[in-house]
Write a protein that binds this ligand. Structure first.
Ligand SMILES: [Zn+2]
Length: 83
């Protein structure tokens, strides 16, 4: 199937516009997980890819824990998500 030149130009313009809007790929759809501190009760947002790194060598029934930035306590993923 032959591609028309018009179509090619359109695709090129489309790709270029994507590059301009997002030159470093920062607008990728990053899922944010909410973590809650067991010690001080404060919440923090942690990108999912960070959580996956933390959880890489955990057993299935273990939960990812991160250090609380407020009190250096233990944060775990919150069960309830804000809407
Ligand atoms: Zn804390």
């Amino acid at each position: 199937m032959a591609k028309s030149k018009e179509q090619d130009d359109l695709n090129k313009a489309f790709l270029e516009s994507l590059d301009e809007e997002d030159p470093f790929g920062l607008n990728e759809d990053i899922k944010i997980l909410i973590f809650k501190c067991l010690d001080c009760g404060k919440e923090d947002e942690v990108p999912e890819y960070v959580v996956e790194e933390f959880g890489f060598d955990l057993d299935e029934n273990e939960e990812v824990e991160v250090v609380c930035p407020f009190c250096n306590g233990t944060m775990r993923q919150a069960k309830e998500y804000p809407k």
